[in-house]
Design a protein around this ligand. Sequence first.
Ligand SMILES: Cc1cc2nc3c(=O)[nH]c(=O)nc-3n(C[C@H](O)[C@H](O)[C@H](O)COP(=O)(O)OP(=O)(O)OC[C@H]3O[C@@H](n4cnc5c(N)ncnc54)[C@H](O)[C@@H]3O)c2cc1C
Length: 414
Amino acid sequence: MGSKATPDRADVLVVGAGAAGLMASAVAAGRGLEVVLLEKNARPGLKILISGGGRCNLTTTLRGRALEAQYGERRGRWLRHALRSFQPDALRSLVERLGVPLREEDLDKVFPVSGRSRDVLDAFVRHAVAQGVDLVREAPVEGLRAIPGAGFEVVTPRGRYAASRVVLCTGGLSYPKTGATGDGYRFVQELGHTLVPPVPALAPLGLDLPWLNQLQGLVLDARLRLVDVGGRRLVERRRPTLITHRGLSGPAPMDVSGYIEERHGFGCTLCLDLAPERRAEDIDAALIAAGRGGEGRRAVQHLLPAEIPERLRLALAEQAGAQGSVAELRREARRRLVESVKDLRLPVERSLGFGAAEVTRGGVPLDEVDPRTMESRLVPGLFLCGEILDVDGPIGGFNFQAAFATGRLAGLNV
Ligand SMILES: Cc1cc2nc3c(=O)[nH]c(=O)nc-3n(C[C@H](O)[C@H](O)[C@H](O)COP(=O)(O)OP(=O)(O)OC[C@H]3O[C@@H](n4cnc5c(N)ncnc54)[C@H](O)[C@@H]3O)c2cc1C
């Protein structure tokens, strides 16, 4: 097929059958267009399949400004049109109409009732095919060429395809084993686009601190603040934090990882407030009172806020040089201890990288794409949607919401 003189022609070629591509192709085909959807893998939508720990956190209960704010001010403003024309409730209605009942969970998250991401994926694939999309699997696009006056041509090992319009939704660089290997970045650059350097985001953090690493498995309800080398506050999160043998994971550390990676190894400091409901003065006063009163013989860690797991309290006391009884606690050690409870400072330079990152921050710059249509401002007829764009959100269904909403806009306008 690769040697054919004339390529197969369609109205629209969609490259990449992830969340964005499945949506864009189904919407375009629903408008009566002839759509070919080219997917590198034998199986489309691998990221949907592995998402949310296999349960697919499809979207969020947030809407309007609260939703847009999750992507940061600049990106949220750019996404406004896509999100307002396809709010999370619209995505939920669509998925339920496709036969997958959904339910709300903690932290504003929405999941399929079945707890199976496969149900979501199968529904989107069935829907696209039912709309008339010609889904071609095992068709990695190797090159994308603009042909003056005649649209675009793509080359795959299965043959060449041509169309007057192309939707590129090849995703980013995270979890490359799912097919996201950054191919689209090369294609857009060859066509004249620039690139915001892609960095891993929503990845666990690597911290090589034996005293912390040995506490693996503990879950903390901490407030986490990230500051740069100049002491400037970059982002703050109050969501669960999990200590692992390699560092920190869970929603809060993963949410801040993109900010660390954006600093390209210059390093940041994580400041953890391990007892956000308590004031430093009160913790200090409680230690002083215990030392002077009848509790003087108790070990220091037992007088720290009980919401901190005991193993961590003990480790904090050791780190502060405050082992022993509270009566013996010296002022300097007490000060260090209280500070470590309210403002535990951990230097951090890296996340665990693209292999462990749920999304990619960076990509096609937003000012090079029309937010009302998803059409490139530089290459007429080229549409971009999903994670290939310089858009990412925190954990909580925000990345699928952005991929489906931008995919839908591309499908409507292509
Ligand atoms: C482990 C994990 C868990 C996640 N959990 C959630 C979650 O619960 N909720 C949430 O909102 N987000 C989650 N995400 C993020 C979410 O999966 C992505 O943001 C979203 O899938 C991006 O959609 P996309 O269509 O833009 O890109 P992708 O889903 O990456 O799809 C891109 C597609 O393009 C194909 N492709 C790439 N190059 C080529 C080529 N040259 N030719 C043809 N095809 C190509 C790929 O094979 C792939 O199928 C998770 C991500 C990971 C890795």
